[in-house]
Unconditional design. Structure first.
Length: 236
């Protein structure tokens, strides 16, 4: 009997120990369910001390103030970044609008490629531009890629309109006839009549052409260049 009683007592003590054991989740849940807790114990707000990595031990009020200051600082940085992005987008919109008018005034494919090359290297400060045509055309221009890039097209653009990022060295040599240290964008040119080819634009900045970048402006650019290039090729 004594052994059974001792066993029962141990079980009860074990259960009591488990019942009073607190965890972070229990404390958090209690405070969330009882927001008036600190109203009932206002002295805890200033008497409780928490560890701060920069200032050592501080009160809950000081800790809350620090968190609020950090949050405000982060919001200010985010707003500054958004304003910077908005300003850059506005400048790009104006630049593209001017470029569209210049492209529409081009009399032939050579003038069109002159305009695109100038816009790429001078206005956008990018490294270079190349045009690969799926079907040979009577166009003499330094931007024309004379290599057979059908394998690159099939690999990079068969299912996509754009490719942003890095190219293999063999692909770089095929398109640009040299190694490209930064990033590139490949732009599929096509219309209702089929595939025309692709534009390849390079940047010395390895992060300039990123798969996450917005394609709104470049999609309008793509449609216009495809239409104009098809018209000029057909008029040859």
């Amino acid at each position: 009997m004594s052994k059974e009683m001792n066993s029962d007592t141990s079980s009860v003590e074990s259960l009591q120990t488990e019942e009073i054991a607190l965890s972070d989740d229990i404390v958090v849940s209690f405070l969330q369910d009882n927001p008036e807790f600190f109203n009932r114990h206002p002295e805890l707000v200033t008497s409780l001390r928490v560890q701060d990595f920069q200032r050592g031990t501080v009160s809950l009020v000081e800790r809350q103030q620090q968190l609020l200051r950090t949050k405000v600082h982060n919001l200010e940085e985010e707003i500054t970044h958004l304003m910077s992005v908005a300003n850059q987008n506005e400048q790009l919109f104006v630049l593209y609008s001017d470029l569209y008018l210049r492209l529409l005034d081009c009399k032939d494919s050579t003038e069109l490629l002159d305009c695109l090359t100038q816009a790429t290297t001078e206005l956008l400060s990018l490294s270079g531009l190349k045009l690969w045509l799926a079907q040979p055309a009577d166009i003499a221009h330094s931007s024309i890629c004379n290599e057979n890039c059908q394998d690159i097209f099939d690999n990079r653009l068969a299912q996509e309109t754009y490719y942003f990022g890095r190219l293999q060295q063999s692909e770089q040599q095929q398109i640009f006839s040299e190694s490209v240290l930064g990033s590139v964008v490949l732009i599929k040119l096509s219309d209702q009549h089929g595939t025309i080819g692709f534009l390849a634009i390079s940047s010395q900045d390895a992060d300039h052409f990123d798969p996450r970048m917005d394609t709104l402006l470049i999609s309008q650019f793509t449609r216009l260049v495809s239409k104009l290039l098809r018209q000029h090729i057909a008029s040859k």
